[in-house]
Design a protein around this ligand. Sequence first.
Ligand code: SF4
Length: 343
Amino acid sequence: MKDKRHINIPIFIPHSGCPHSCVFCNQRKISGHSKSPEPEQIKETVEKYLDTVGPEDTCEIAFFGGSFTGITIADQKEYLNLAESFVKKGFVSGIRLSTRPDYINKDILDFLGKYSVKVIELGIQSLDKEVLQKSSRLYTPEEAINACYLVKKSGFSLGIQTMIGLPGDTFEKSLKTAEAVVAIKPDMVRIYPTLVVKDTGLEELYMNKNYRPLSLDEAVLWCSKLVQIYESAGITVLRIGLHDAAGLEKKDDIIAGPVHPAFGELVYSGIWLDKICNELLTYGNIQGRGLNIYVSPSKISQVTGYNRKNIKYLKERFNFSKIRVLPNMDKAQAFRIELNEES
Ligand code: SF4
């Protein structure tokens, strides 16, 4: 039997005429579209997705790409009515959208509450005052936090989108933001490493040597710590890295930054490496021995690491004679390590 899936049908609504100039954003390019989609195009996209949906799957129409509540009320109504027609027919279970925290207030939430909007994702990016200022986000951490609580109080599920490696950001600041996010208790988070995109303020800073993006290794390390903070607080991490549909990875639009086609996998591999090292450090002298790592079959590639990176690291650090990653058939114990005298 096929697993139940939750499918978000992504509809990109660029914020045409956005009055802001966030340092990282060329919103026309980041959404991969220059014009807002016509209702007919949206209908086609939704229908195309619905053709692939199984009877057990659940679906939501997801308006991403800009600041949904920043577009005109007439446009919002048009998009929401269209999405609502699919909800009414029972084809999708609800609507989700993303917006800026300073485009949220009681009136906006009351308006959205008239439709089947279930999830509101706020592009908070950081809860550090200096990072927000340097990124030209034009709201304070307090305003962002208040918007989060307003969304929750109005009965919507809350998603928080954060970015790491913005101008002025440090590892410590990203940890503090994650702790502040945990205190808000959102239902889900997304973590996006900052990329230098063409025709943005960040490109200028980068070209003038006033900004250095995170390296891939740094971004993976930061994300692996953040994911552990969120997951241990019971918060779902929806996505790490650039949105699939953003369509930037294949183009010349990314000038610099930690891009990798399997970024999320790298992060989870990093988390496994931490876990295995922590466990091994509880053992006595293990130098020169063999190591068997048992994990569920679906996690073998994450444990092994991209290009066997984790295996190479463990071999070098602990001087193992041989390392094997094996499927663990014991469902009660998801992960187990075993040391042997293999040489
Ligand atoms: S991130 Fe959003 S608010 Fe900022 S410039 Fe881009 S579209 Fe406008």
